[in-house]
Design a protein around this ligand. Structure first.
Ligand code: BES
Ligand code: MN
Ligand code: ZN
Length: 496
């Protein structure tokens, strides 16, 4: 759910809204185009009286000087313009947008004092606005209207040197924004509304973008031998689904790249039940599946020249007379047997079958899976990096770099035979938990047993996809983490 907002680009020149946004660098300087809206002397007075030093994404607002048609000026800091990187432009756009207050229209003079603004930077600035404008308020019958950033402006005109190039870059950014928004919406939605079947229905809507969608039912999964995934689902009265999305934007016979997501629409822990405090957050235990869905949406919306598969395992982990018990032994589609010693370590059980199925059916160039898999990854890394585990250094580096560029940061974690042996058990081929330490690594080792020799990476997004602290361009409980990251991976390495 986003506030509807329309962004357009125009050449530098006369400004026709009552609110103007101007960029100021760390030296307190604005571009000549900005100084034609408000004189340099006026700008430096505003800077002097506000505690504003032009730092990246800092903002100052002021009543516009007499003698202009403007009501209000918003100064947005860009810091040292030679050093802008990562998600800085998203932050600048988001921070500026948050200061527009009750204005229904605003004009931005997107120019720097000391260099050009590229089309990509203009698109990122606009993307920051779109992402900041997101809110999940569909269930508030009375909307908050006085939280300082609402109602937001409906029209933002961004003045740039070359509007045509900016528009082109922005068209792609809009596709990405739609993917992030979809991911956030899916994760924010409560589990009474969004179960496996409803999630699958949302995925079917991607058909409108020419994505091929197949939804496997429990009967079909049973036939395929997905005992690991189905064991998790059996305690819920809501049946499991496996959704397969195919975007074919590349050459006909090009092997696809594949993305696999954990889609536990609610994780009660099952019989190994979770404590009551914070259990509500487990409506977001499908953050991996949401990111995969958002990514495929983004790739299709911008008609990416790539063949990409998205597969999500959709289940609800509940407790009932039919629920899986600790000690149960299940047989996965791979044929490997698993002793389920803790029913709360369910994500790996779902992914085991989803990964194996993906590899077996599509023989992809690589598989990247995303999952809110372990609390342990937050203990290890906090909430500003997702855990990256991989059996392939090249893929790991590509992912790490995409994280640096998008600000959806990753940190590589180890794998190794010492950890692998922790999941051996005398009763079956493996158990679904290991020892007390290194829980995120043990979970990754478990997944590794289902990917064969295919280049693979696992992103543990438990700390970054849900409940992560807000920033300039995300005030949502669900961040949509992974969509921008993987869209960048595809764009930089796997298109054309
Ligand atoms: N969905 C949870 C992990 C999680 C916890 C995600 C908090 C987001 C926030 C996962 O299914 C789980 O319960 N993991 C257990 C594994 C343990 C039983 C080995 C955990 O992390 O405690
Ligand atoms: Mn769990
Ligand atoms: Zn879970």
């Amino acid at each position: 759910m986003s506030k509807r907002i329309s962004i357009s680009f125009a050449k530098h020149g006369a400004i026709d809204s009552a609110t103007a946004v101007l960029l100021v660098n760390a030296g307190g300087k604005a571009a000549a185009q900005a100084e034609s809206v408000a004189a340099a002397a006026v700008l430096s007075r505003i800077i002097d009286v506000s505690d504003f030093k032009g730092k990246i994404a800092a903002v100052a607002t002021s009543i516009a000087p007499a003698g202009t048609q403007l009501d209000r000026l918003v100064l947005a800091g860009v810091g040292d313009t030679g050093k802008l990187k990562g998600d800085d432009w998203l932050k600048i756009g988001g921070a500026a947008f948050a200061k527009l207050g009750k204005a229904t229209a605003a004009s931005v003079v997107l120019a720097l004092p000391d260099r050009e603004v590229s089309a990509g930077e203009a698109a990122d600035f606009a993307l920051g606005i779109l992402l900041r404008s997101y809110r999940f308020d569909k269930y508030k019958t009375v909307k908050d209207s006085d939280d300082g950033e609402k109602p937001a402006p409906a029209r933002v005109t961004i003045h740039v040197a070359e509007p045509q190039a900016a528009r082109k870059a922005f068209a792609e950014a809009e596709a990405v924004a739609a993917g992030v928004t979809l991911a956030r919406d899916l994760v924010n939605e409560p589990a009474n509304i969004l179960g496996p079947v409803e999630f699958a229905e949302r995925i079917e809507e991607l058909k409108k973008l020419d994505v091929k969608v197949e939804i496997l039912t429990e009967k079909e999964m049973k036939k395929l031998g997905m005992g690991s995934l189905l064991g998790v689902a059996q305690g819920s009265s809501r049946p499991a689904r496996l959704a397969v999305m195919e975007w074919k934007g590349g050459k006909g016979k090009d092997r696809p790249i594949a993305f696999v997501g954990k889609g536990v629409t609610f994780d009660s822990g099952g019989v190994s039940i979770k404590p009551a405090a914070g259990m509500d957050e487990m409506k977001g235990d499908m953050g991996g599946a949401a990111a995969v869905t958002g990514l495929i949406h983004a790739l299709a919306a911008r008609k990416a020249k790539v063949n990409a598969i998205g597969i999500v395992g959709l289940v609800e982990n509940m407790i009932s007379g039919d629920a899986q018990r600790p000690g149960d032994i299940v047989t996965s589609m791979s044929g490997q047997t698993i002793e389920v010693l803790n029913t709360d370590a369910e994500g790996r059980l779902v992914l085991a079958d989803a990964l194996y199925y993906c590899n077996d059916r599509f023989n992809p160039k690589f598989m990247v899976n995303l999952a809110t898999l372990t609390g342990a990854i937050m203990v290890a890394l906090g909430v500003h990096h997702a855990g990256l585990f991989s059996n392939d250094d090249e893929l790991a580096v590509q992912l790490f770099d995409a994280g640096q560029v998008t600000g959806e940061k990753l940190w590589r974690m180890p794998l190794g035979p010492e950890y692998d042996k922790l999941i051996d058990t005398k009763n079956a081929d493996m158990k679904n938990i290991g020892g007390r330490h290194g829980g995120a690594i043990i979970a990754a080792q478990f997944l590794k047993r289902f990917v064969g020799d295919t280049p693979w990476a696992h992103l543990d997004i438990a700390g970054t996809a849900i409940g992560a602290p807000g920033n300039e361009f995300s005030q949502s409980w669900a961040s949509g983490f992974g969509v921008r990251l993987l869209e960048r991976l595809v764009r930089d390495h796997y298109e054309g």
